[in-house]
Design a protein around this ligand. Structure first.
Ligand code: NAP
Length: 490
């Protein structure tokens, strides 16, 4: 598919540092592969600490001029970037599908979704207000102004190669910050293409720097940012385990942190739910991106009185999902990102089956399609001793648990260290109020499975992290409040 790009120059084989496209300082490269068939898509720089340092130097040099720009000038550049992303939707979608595996229709949707954050923060850039504070003494004026925090290091995962990095870069640039970024090892090409479009949109040299790295080298590169006191903020999306490491290691230079981490979302179907809407909700929330989303339900709780009916309705829909490589226009589920991901899914399903779960559909690798394919799966008779309850499965598997009453299911739904998303379906207004308030999550879907939007504050509580992306709150994470007390005015 990558050979079908209208603009072949969007496939970058270099880092963007200080406005120049450079190889890694060591000259080393690594291969980016298509997860559907293992074919190499490109060889790109394998960056280490020296490259990270060069990116920070470039950002440091660019910061004074960028922060001094008028907000509407920054907004104009972001608008231009948005227009270029939209204009190149088809190429970006093909690139993303090639390196990540998601079906082309989903990749197009992600381009629109990611671009939405750029447009949103272009508007927000011009709406950063401070305050004149109520005077406490004559002759003094107290004001609170908001300033960019400085150099932001953005570290992103592979599951949304465009949206996750766009929703960090856009608010950072809008706020007047400068960025050094490292996308995931598996999906760096989309991020590099975005960086080229940002450059074409007029983002000045050094304001956005993107380096690519394989896993081990990337850890070394990020470590350099963690140690560097010029880097004032880390914005990270990824697993809770890595988020904790970053929180620990950034403490030495006490950086501001935003952590968008893993989830283990419950999805509750009450006895009065519209069952076919709830099935649609599970399909949207669980099976998008092959179940590789942080907000996807890991545990589906269904009231005992509707359990069998719901299970067979869901199994019928899931069994009909078309699994194929992204290049196949009819694909609804693509390959998983890599062999490790498939092994984890198989481990969760096998563990559940050993403890009494029954497979209604799926439950096996699809080796006939390739090493990284797993069949969309519905399991019934799931129980709390199964791995789904403690770990993110990150695959197309919906385990169904049965429950009898509301208090019990809320207790069980909250019985997890995570708190990112939670969903429930009911037609009872009072229950909507009660359950929304009782569920411990940063994002709640009520009779709705598709919850993400640039206009909404996205983020978790508990071990799913802190900070919010999107909405008017999303800019706050990139701003520091400065209080100015001016005396002698009487
Ligand atoms: P991950 O392993 O934590 O990796 C995320 C990023 O951190 C990648 O760029 C990765 O580089 C890098 N990294 C890994 N180990 C590191 C270390 N020791 N030091 C510094 N950087 C390190 O997560 P993932 O597997 O890519 O993504 C899946 C996870 O992301 C899931 O848990 C999912 O729930 C979460 N997620 C959360 C959100 C949200 O908004 N809350 C959204 C999407 C995904 P490499 O790729 O080279 O390993």
């Amino acid at each position: 598919m990558i050979e079908l790009l209208t603009r072949s120059d969007l496939v970058r084989d270099a880092n963007l540092i200080g406005g120049r496209w450079l190889p890694s300082a060591s000259g080393r490269t690594f291969a980016v592969a298509n997860p559907a068939n293992g074919d190499t898509l490109a060889r790109i720089p394998d960056s280490h600490a020296a490259d990270a340092r060069a990116a920070t130097d470039a950002a440091h040099a660019a910061f004074p001029a960028w922060r001094a720009r008028l907000p509407r000038e920054r907004a104009e550049i972001l608008r231009c970037w948005h227009a270029l992303i939209v204009a190149n939707t088809e190429d970006l979608a093909r690139l993303m599908s090639s390196e990540q595996g998601k079906p082309l229709a989903e990749a197009r949707g992600e381009v629109a979704y990611g671009a939405g954050y750029v447009a949103w923060f272009a508007d927000e850039a011009a709406h950063v207000h401070g305050d004149i504070l109520p005077p406490q003494q004559r002759g003094k004026r107290m004001t609170a102004v908001k300033e960019p925090v400085g150099i932001v290091a953005a570290i992103t995962p592979w599951n949304f190669p465009l949206a996750m990095i766009a929703r960090k870069i856009a608010p950072a640039l809008a706020a007047g910050c400068v960025v050094v970024a490292k996308p995931a090892e598996d999906t760096p090409l989309t991020a590099l293409a975005l960086a080229l479009l940002a450059q074409e949109a007029g983002v000045p040299d050094g304001v956005l720097n993107v380096i690519a790295a394989s896993r081990e080298s990337g850890i070394e590169a990020v470590a350099d940012w963690l140690e560097d006191s010029r880097v004032r903020k880390i914005t990270f999306t990824g697993s809770t385990a890595v988020g904790k490491l970053l929180a620990r290691d950034s403490a030495r230079t006490l950086k501001k942190l935003s952590l968008e981490l893993g989830g283990n979302a419950p999805f509750i179907v009450f006895e009065d739910a519209d069952l076919s809407a709830a099935v649609d909700g599970v399909i949207a929330a669980k099976f998008r991106n092959g179940g590789q989303t942080c907000v996807c339900p890991n545990r589906v709780y269904v009231h005992a009185s509707v359990y069998d009916r719901f299970a067979s309705m869901l199994a019928e829909r899931v069994g009909a999902l078309k699994v194929a490589a992204a290049a196949d226009p009819s694909a609804q589920i693509g390959p998983m990102i890599n062999a490790r991901a498939v092994e984890k899914i198989a481990r969760h399903v096998d563990h559940a089956v050993e403890r009494g779960a029954k497979v209604l559909t799926g439950g096996r690798r699809l080796s006939e399609l390739g090493d990284n394919f797993y069949a969309p799966t519905v399991l019934v008779d799931a129980s709390s001793d199964m791995l789904f309850c403690n770990e993110e499965t990150f695959g197309p598997v919906a385990p169904l648990f049965s429950f009898d009453d509301e208090a019990e299911v809320i207790r069980t739904a909250n019985d997890t260290p995570y708190g990112l998303a939670a969903y429930f379906y009911t037609q009872d207004m009072r229950r909507i109020e009660r359950v929304s308030a009782a569920l411990e999550a940063g994002v709640i879907g009520v009779n709705e499975g598709a919850v993400s939007s640039e206009a909404a504050p996205f983020g978790g509580i508990k071990e799913s992290g802190y900070g919010r992306e999107g909405s008017r709150y999303g800019l706050d994470d990139y701003l520091a409040i400065k209080y100015v007390c001016q005396g002698g005015l009487a």
